[in-house]
Ligand binder design. Structure first.
Ligand SMILES: Cc1cc2nc3c(=O)[nH]c(=O)nc-3n(C[C@H](O)[C@H](O)[C@H](O)COP(=O)(O)OP(=O)(O)OC[C@H]3O[C@@H](n4cnc5c(N)ncnc54)[C@H](O)[C@@H]3O)c2cc1C
Ligand code: SF4
Length: 330
């Protein structure tokens, strides 16, 4: 492991200035991903700027009636917050489905959004990987890709984004706030992650040196009836092989609003707009839910080893929407 300098930032401008002055520096949140990657040599920063003492650890009402979540709020505090539980239950469920209690006590909202893929080739510095070493190739396409992407991938990279939290945030149209030396900025989550294309090493639209300061959830009345369902290879402490965050507003048996996002199927949390369009004003029936899932998954391009994901995601979407519709009918 390379020797590195450690600084604890006391205020936001100070943290940003430290990163601005040193292209070799990285922000340190809970360190649950970055430090692991440093141990294996995937990340080799010369300086860590610890952001955990910054005054970004609050969850507060936003001016528009939504909720503003500070970037250093821990995953545990986010999941437990009464307003998150009441108004955006799928977000609480998503966060609690991730990692372990100890990790959630350390991990932060900003760090969760920027955690790196769990592709085994990416984590192994002896292997080629376009994401880690641009132009070196993608061995996953011909090799081990059981857990990899079926939507939005390219021949240059088929990795998935591992965040559970991000899937719920995508369903609720969250907006990421950040600060650079030039001032504050915002990115809707829909634009936060870049398409893979031939530049898989460029993962987000954040400007260089940007400090994530928070995430804002808009007021979404339908989110009060929402759910996150995650499929994984063991019951806990495992990344998703597929997941769904969904919210459903049903009146007189007809869908008034559906919000659906899929996890572990693409390089970013995947908002299922095609499925939502099929459901708009449609009867809230299992047949329609299946048609909606099919509309979204028509764009799937599975590899030989992960075609199972298409069936899995179809079943997952139908199951989650059916449960929400049943709840609405009670
Ligand atoms: C064994 C294990 C199992 C896990 N299982 C799951 C799971 O099932 N689901 C899931 O979603 N996650 C899972 N995780 C991932 C875990 O949730 C992430 O490691 C965590 O959310 C990252 O947060 P952190 O604050 O520790 O980030 P760090 O490791 O500190 O940082 C991660 C990245 O974000 C950057 N960063 C951190 N904060 C900021 C900021 N404010 N502004 C700009 N950049 C910033 C860092 O520079 C770094 O590049 C697991 C992790 C482990 C180790
Ligand atoms: S899928 Fe992406 S992260 Fe994995 S080896 Fe290929 S380029 Fe690297």
């Amino acid at each position: 492991m390379r020797e590195f300098d450690y600084r604890r930032a006391d205020d936001v401008p100070g943290a940003v200035a430290l990163l601005d002055a040193d292209p070799d520096a990285r922000y340190l949140g809970g360190g649950t991903n970055l430090v692991d990657l440093m141990k294996t040599g995937v990340e080799r920063p010369g300086r860590l700027v610890d952001v955990r003492r910054l005054p970004l650890d609050r969850i507060e009402p936003a001016d528009d009636g939504g909720l503003r979540i500070g970037a250093t709020v821990t995953n545990s505090d986010l999941a437990a917050h009464p307003e998150v539980r009441r108004r955006y239950p799928a977000l609480t469920e998503a966060v609690l489905a991730g990692a372990s209690g100890q990790l959630r006590n350390m991990a932060t909202v900003g760090g969760n959004l920027l955690q790196r893929t769990r592709c085994g080739y990416f984590a192994d510095v002896t292997k080629p990987c376009n994401k880690r070493l641009p132009g070196s190739g993608c061995p996953a396409v011909e090799g081990e890709h059981r857990h990899h992407a079926v939507l939005g991938a390219s021949e240059h990279c088929v990795a998935v984004h591992p965040s559970d939290m991000g899937v719920a945030l995508a369903a609720f149209d969250a907006v990421v706030s950040y600060r650079t030396a030039d001032g504050p900025g915002e990115l809707p989550l829909a634009d936060f992650y870049l398409p893979v294309g031939d530049t898989p090493h460029r993962e987000t639209a954040l400007p260089r040196g940007a400090l994530i300061t928070g995430v804002t959830l808009p007021p979404v009345p339908s989110a009060a009836r929402s759910r996150y369902r995650k499929v994984r290879e063991r019951a806990s402490y495992a990344f998703a092989i597929g997941s769904v965050a969904a919210a459903l507003d049903v009146g007189d048996g007809v869908v008034r609003e559906a919000r659906i996002a899929l996890g572990a199927v693409a390089s970013r949390p995947w908002r299922a707009h095609a499925a939502e369009r099929v459901l708009d004003g449609a009867p809230a029936t299992a047949d329609r839910f299946a048609a909606a899932a099919d509309a979204e998954l028509a764009a799937a391009r599975p590899l030989p080893g992960n075609a199972y994901k298409v069936t899995l995601m179809r079943n997952l979407v139908v199951a989650v929407l059916s449960e929400l519709a049943e709840e609405a009918a009670r």
